[in-house]
Design a protein around this ligand. Structure first.
Ligand SMILES: *Cc1c(COP(=O)(O)O)cnc(C)c1O
Length: 369
């Protein structure tokens, strides 16, 4: 049996009549940007996660950039970010002219370790931007407290964690704003690029609305130098359909993860751990191995596709020369391997992944780092 890492076509097939209907409705409407579909999706998304406002934008990176801009964060300012994240978190900070200051992860949750936050604090720090990596909420209580105690803006990078919960509360509602991504492979994925800002702050919401549309509220009146970053009507209409299936998809991911956690051999691999008070949405199921590359190759031979998220953290990329090494994040980059997980996996595929992973890990002499 061949198990693909992720087959997005299955997500379309699951909802084909509804998605086709939504697309036809937009095509026939003759209105393609900033219209009724986006307004409805913004309301439905805000409602789903319990935020006052949701503002659709062009992609997840822009969501973070526009939030930073809405808080006037820019040159001369520092923003605390995880060392262990996708590069977009850092790029958002760099794009506004501020400096990303990394904090190393807690290796058991892969997320930013709050006990290290104070080491990164300087007189220039303006914001802290935790990431809910792989779909597990970061340790929000101490992060919220750190931001409050030091007068920092708290922006969540929730790109991988739609409807993940911390203490029962959905992520995207803990700070002054959050950025979501609707990149096709995310838990809530569009048929192209898309993103969303959520916030409870009326002023921030209205500033992001302005910035995403050329700094304009009234056509051809430009209050400031905004940009063009809008979620189009086609994507919004499709995302409304997919939002209706999100909780169901997340529970199916949880069921797959539970079977992995029960079936995979912990003497050969480090398995992800779910912290108390967290509802993980399993955007990715990431194991760690002392023989990661050999394990990936042996799985490929057995028909199971895997991916590495991420081989090198931002600090080890040519894009960030001169940044201090981040040994924990770099060590994770050498040992992590993502197994297939999606709402559309069959029970047979799950069984195949478990058996193939245990056999491959034993064959290559993998141990749990
Ligand atoms: C996907 C992602 C982003 C960026 O989202 P895009 O829609 O691809 O711009 C930002 N942060 C994290 C952690 C992501 O995984």
């Amino acid at each position: 049996m061949h198990v693909p890492f992720l087959e997005l076509r299955r997500g379309y097939e699951e909802l084909k009549p509804e998605i086709d209907g939504a697309v036809s409705r937009v095509l026939a409407s003759g209105w393609y940007i900033l219209g009724a579909e986006l307004r409805a999706f913004e309301e439905e998304f805000a409602q789903a996660i319990g935020a006052r406002h949701a503002i659709g934008v062009g992609n997840g990176l822009d969501a973070l950039v526009l939030l930073l801009r809405a808080h006037d964060i820019g040159p001369g300012h520092e923003v605390i970010v995880p060392s262990n994240t996708f590069i977009a978190t850092w790029l958002a900070v760099s794009q506004v002219g501020a400096t990303p200051v990394p904090v190393e992860p807690d290796p058991s949750s892969y997320n930013l370790d709050p006990s290290r936050l104070k080491l990164a604090l300087t007189s220039r720090t303006r914001a802290v931007m935790p990431v809910h990596l792989y779909g597990q909420p970061a340790d929000m209580d101490p992060i919220v407290e750190f931001a409050r105690a030091n007068g920092l803006v708290l922006i969540e990078d929730a790109a991988q964690a739609h409807l993940a919960r911390y203490g029962g509360k959905p992520v995207g509602t803990f700070g002054q704003g959050a950025g979501f991504s609707f990149y096709p492979g995310k838990n809530l994925g569009a048929l192209g690029d898309g993103g969303m800002v959520t916030t409870d702050d009326d002023a921030v919401a209205s500033r992001v609305r302005l910035l995403r549309n050329y700094g304009s509220r009234v056509k051809y009146e430009h209050l400031e130098q905004g940009t063009n970053s809008r979620l189009d009507e086609l994507q919004a209409a499709v995302l409304r359909v997919k939002l209706g299936a999100l909780e169901r998809g997340n529970s199916r991911r949880r069921a797959v993860a539970t079977r992995y956690l029960e079936g995979l051999d912990r003497s050969l691999l480090t398995l992800p751990s779910v912290r108390p008070e967290r509802e993980h949405v399993w955007h990715l199921f990431v194991v760690r191995s002392t023989a990661r590359d050999a394990l990936a190759a042996a799985l490929k031979e057995r028909g199971v596709e895997t991916v590495v998220h991420y081989p090198r953290p931002p600090s080890a990329q040519l894009a960030y020369p001169g940044v201090a090494p981040q040994p924990l994040a770099e060590a994770m980059g050498r040992s992590v391997l993502s197994l297939p997980i999606s709402p559309w996996m069959t029970d047979d595929e799950v069984r195949t992944v478990i058996d193939a992973t245990n056999a491959a890990a034993a064959a290559v002499g993998s141990r749990a780092p």
